[in-house]
Design a protein around this ligand. Sequence first.
Ligand SMILES: Cc1cc2nc3c(=O)[nH]c(=O)nc-3n(C[C@H](O)[C@H](O)[C@H](O)COP(=O)(O)O)c2cc1C
Length: 430
Amino acid sequence: MSASSNTGVSRLASPPAPGTSPFVNTLLGEERSASLHRALDGLDAQTLQWLSGYIAGLAARAPLSAPTAVPTPAPQAVPETVLTIVYGTQTGNSRLLAERLQRQAEASGLKTRLLRTGEYPVREIQKERLLYVVISTQGDGDPPDDARGFVDFISSKRAPRLEQLRFAVLGLGDTSYPKYCEVSRALDARLTELGAKRWVERADCDVDFEPVAAGWLDQAVAKAKEALVPQDTGSVVMLPRNSPAAAPAFGRDAPYTAEVLTNQRITGRGALKDVRHIELSLGDSGLSYEPGDSLGIWPENPPALVEAFLSELRLEGSAELTRDGRTLPLKQWLETELELTRLSRPFLERHATLSGNADLQAILAPGGGEKFRALLASHQIIDVLRAWPAAWNAQELVRALRRLTPRMYSIASSQKRVGAEAHLTVAECV
Ligand SMILES: Cc1cc2nc3c(=O)[nH]c(=O)nc-3n(C[C@H](O)[C@H](O)[C@H](O)COP(=O)(O)O)c2cc1C
């Protein structure tokens, strides 16, 4: 039978007999519905049409009363046994942590579903029971591009009351920005305002997110187990992905040493900017990427900058120092482990105390917003050490500087075309 003849059949089919229609049963009750069925049984089409007009006339004359409530189906709640994890990311850090959260939760016997903020149907939030959000702050305190719709909806007047919801927020940011973790802070506050219950205290992570994030993930999974009944992870559940992504062999914490295949200047000789086309081999790392992904490169600090630190602070590069259970000479900490360029508020606050300088302390005081912003934009750490000298001891310095983190570059190639390579376009900053 063709599709069109099927359509014809369904148009001519009789409506369900009143007594068998769940809608009529709900409206009239079972007894009246059965009487109606008996009264109409066997009537021809013409009589039925006349009756429908007659009933419409009765309805027009009847006093207007509150319409009988026709129960609408209750919104389908996301099962109480499911933890929904949503992440908003620009350069992939929040995704890494969200995937880790999913792996840990599933290993504890919990059902999860993991979605990008951009693919999360925002209106579903009113059916959600347990929602964890991992989200970074970008721009000048803005959400990642992909998370704009999600954040805008929750911040807007259209957002529903969320009394049924338990939630937790993990924020990613950078203390060298004036609006540190603005998005996670605002989201956490707004969800509470909408009546949702904060199930785990929010944590905000600086660029070296590992220490804070690791503790938060453990706590978040333990709390999720309190809220949800652990399930046999083998059973069926509505998950957009079939199973949590396995931890990749190489990644942020296990970097791959890639060979540089090409490093070619693409700006003309006379051009002021030195822009380069770089091709990296991904070899047999198994690393894969999608259009729009970023590649993280672990940098090392230039030896001249390390020497400048040592001489400015009058410290010995050979001094053995410990941080996070690792002991290395100061020179090595400065060369390969610690951030020596971008300022952060915690470092500046400690430096202001050590230097005892009133000007610097004023810049950091609550009213010094614009000056603080200007300082971050115009100074690197070495400039601050020179402008406001302070007596740092080596151990305290190693603890106060932030860990080096990968520099993120947008990938300029498609893996479909270049296979196990990644191409970047990089401009030298001077
Ligand atoms: C262009 C740019 C702007 C940023 N703006 C902020 C900001 O305003 N506040 C903040 O706390 N962090 C800011 N960050 C830092 C990121 O939030 C941080 O690097 C985070 O780890 C990124 O996580 P993601 O990879 O999940 O996006 C900014 C980073 C970049 C590259």
